[in-house]
Design a protein around this ligand. Sequence first.
Ligand code: SF4
Ligand code: SF4
Length: 160
Amino acid sequence: MSDYLKTGYLKNEDVEFPKSDSLRGRMVAVTECVQEIPCNPCAESCPVNAISMSGINGVPRVDFSRCIGCGNCVAVCPGLAMFLVGIKEGKGVVSVPYEMLPLPEKGSEVFLLNRKGERTGKGVVSGIRKTDKSRNSVIVTVEFENRELLKSVRNIEVIK
Ligand code: SF4
Ligand code: SF4
């Protein structure tokens, strides 16, 4: 595990990631939750029990083979620490929790941001899903050509 407490962000190698071959035509949840805090809405929201935790203070782990990519865990996570990744028609697809304004428009081009907030490329918004009414966040799904970015795209920026 890299020194994320000093840097403030994880590196690719810190994150358990599904094999690329298993992502073709499907979306799978990836967790980047590393803090041992009393929290478990992600696990509670999963309809197929794909998220396990060693007690309420444990960090979640996703059983990639079991996950059906429903996005419930992304929608409920208060720490914005759950994401969906997949491959669709050869393109990389990532769904991220998004709490900024303005909201992107479906079909629009956006910047892809890594964990440091750096622009790493551009993608096209293919879906926007509202989360629970009590939260002002949405889940933005973005597609992009460079599949290498699947491991690192964790936010988007609207192009003005
Ligand atoms: S995306 Fe759905 S099925 Fe997959 S881990 Fe999250 S809640 Fe469970
Ligand atoms: S809901 Fe989010 S913050 Fe809470 S344990 Fe799950 S991934 Fe971590």
